[in-house]
Design a protein around this ligand. Structure first.
Ligand code: FAE
Length: 507
């Protein structure tokens, strides 16, 4: 079985053993391990398959020239760096089921990947395992030894995590920006650390040598990578499909999951066209359903189903504990003698770890514009204590999130423990032209939504939803708002842990 429409299987009489909503990290782990245990799995994904080149011969657009493929149902781009030299950089595009969703809630824009592979299609590939004591603080009900002895190694192995060759990195033109970042961090006495990645650094070496088509070196990242990055399509999902037991239906959006008389669940699904229109609405039944629609997607579905009576047994923890992983961005203006390079690899390799002293871990991020900007860019992950809650809005028929822009202030304060220090030491200033006109902080967004159906609160300690046997959460919604580092390795490892327990006890 491969990619398929759910037609034919949509009759109420056919019963799928397992339906997985979403094809990101949590969903891909569930599908692979269930299939290996002999269970047939059907995955439904609201985004595209992303397996066919467009008229320009490539599947994905790059960052310097976004087009209709780049955004989920928008008529104008919504770039995280919205301005340059103060001027807006967004441009008109045609409405399409593109790869990056900039989903707007009150006070925050949440960026998410759309398509088979979920966030793995658009992310920066930083594959970071948090320090043990930090993990313990995030998920105290989880056995830390098991995570670090079994599930983190398992996740890292299947994801294909690798590290950059430090000798090559020292002279590679495309990492000049990162070396400048290291120099500034170290001169201020801050800890500079390399981070692993799922981008194949041997491939990147060949890009740099001119012997392979460029991807990281051609500004490809948040709208997809045509080469080099090991997304879930190359790892978990490829292994899952190879079992012959996993079917994936793209452009299928789940709208409801309700108990079926006699057991199992009825799943309502909209078929979408590439303009986002619903072309048909079907139902199917499944014995078990895994919510793997991402923190926001899973939380929205569960919040709606609890409020509207579809899943009345869900408990009052549904929709709670949502956080932005403390994300905040900023840029610094370097001196003319500190150029960051016109050629920048789009894949970060390093960060500044000031978590213990200041509550911030800042990734040294590229600005792959193809020209010298004299800017250093950072995405900080901070210990922001604020948590928001999803709620059902009966008037609009939508799910709201009660985040407030002012809640980014602790994140800004934490990031300043790094960058005020560096600016003071270097005699430099913040860039104020990247996130608006005279705006220092990129505090309007997150790349790392987490929570909304927190482990051991909305679910049991392995992701079983309370009140409805056979329903599971297995994605970033389980993690209570923060992981202290970039989240996808933790989401994957936790999914590996949970699915093992579910297969052993429930199937
Ligand atoms: P996710 O990967 O979001 O998958 C959920 C899937 O469900 C998506 O494919 C959705 O389209 C689909 N879906 C949602 N609702 C429905 C529905 N109703 N019906 C059917 N399908 C649905 O979830 N993390 C890192 O660790 N390192 C990085 O370097 C990094 N960089 C990032 C850069 C960007 C620009 C972005 C946006 C994110 C980045 N992340 C990074 C975050 C990471 O990708 C994210 O935490 C994971 O993808 C979340 O995994 P989940 O399995 O929770």
């Amino acid at each position: 079985m491969g990619v398929a429409a759910l037609a034919g299987q949509a009759s109420a009489t056919t019963r799928i053993p397992v339906l997985v909503i979403g094809t990101g990290y949590g969903g891909a782990v569930a599908a692979l391990r269930l299939a290996q245990a002999g269970v047939d799995v059907h995955m439904v994904e609201m985004g595209l398959a992303w397996d066919t080149p467009g008229p320009d011969g490539t599947i994905f657009a790059n960052m310097t020239n976004p087009d209709h493929r780049s955004y989920w149902l928008r008529t104008k781009t919504k770039q995280p760096l919205s301005n340059f030299l103060g001027f807006p950089v967004d441009k008109d595009i045609s409405r399409y089921t593109g790869i990056l969703d900039a989903e707007e809630f009150s006070g925050i824009t949440v960026y998410q990947g759309r398509g088979v592979g979920g966030g793995s299609l658009v992310n920066g590939g930083m594959a970071v395992t948090p320090r043990r004591e930090r993990f313990r603080a995030v998920l105290p009900s989880v056995d830390v030894d098991e995570m670090y002895n079994v599930y983190y190694p398992r996740a890292n192995a299947v994801l294909g995590v690798n590290t950059v060759d430090p000798v090559w990195w020292e002279t590679a033109e495309c990492y000049r920006f990162a070396r400048v970042g290291r120099k500034h961090a170290q001169r201020s006495g801050l800890q500079f650390v390399f981070v692993p990645s799922v981008y194949d650094f041997d491939y990147m070496k060949r890009e740099a040598a001119g012997s392979a088509p460029r991807s990281a070196l051609a500004a490809e990242v948040i709208y997809g990578n045509n080469h080099g990055k090991k997304t879930l399509q190359q790892t978990y999902l490829a292994l899952a499909k190879a079992t012959g037991r996993v079917t994936i239906s793209p452009l299928h959006k789940v709208t409801s999951v309700t108990p079926t008389a006699g057991g199992g669940y009825t799943v309502a699904i909209d078929w979408l066209d590439t303009a986002g229109n619903t072309t048909a609405s079907v139902t199917t039944t499944a014995a078990k359903v895994f919510f793997a629609a991402g923190s926001v997607g899973t939380s929205k579905l569960l919040t709606k189903l609890k409020a509207t009576g579809g899943l009345p047994g869900l408990n009052n923890e549904i929709g709670k504990g949502w956080g932005d992983n403390g994300n905040v961005m900023c840029g610094r203006a370097n001196h003319m003698w500190d150029p960051t390079g016109a050629l920048q690899a789009s894949m970060p390799t390093a960060g500044i770890d000031n978590w213990d002293a200041g509550g911030a871990f800042a990734e040294v991020a590229p600005i792959p514009t193809g020209m010298e900007t004299y800017a250093s860019l950072y995405l900080s992950i901070t210990k922001n204590p604020h948590r928001a809650e999803f709620s059902w809005n009966a008037t609009t028929g939508k799910v709201d999130l009660n985040w407030r822009t002012a809640w980014k202030q602790p994140a800004i304060e934490a990031a300043k423990t790094i960058f005020d220090k560096i600016n003071a030491k270097e005699g430099t200033i913040y860039r104020t032209d990247l996130f608006g006109f005279c705006k220092t902080w990129g505090d309007q967004l997150t790349y790392h939504p987490l929570g909304g159906a927190v482990l051991n609160k909305a679910t049991d300690n392995y992701g079983r939803l309370h009140g409805h046997p056979g329903l599971y959460v297995i994605d970033g919604a389980l993690i209570p708002g923060n992981t202290s580092v970039n989240p996808f390795v933790t989401i994957t490892a936790l999914a590996e842990r949970n699915i093992e327990n579910i297969i052993a006890n429930d199937l």
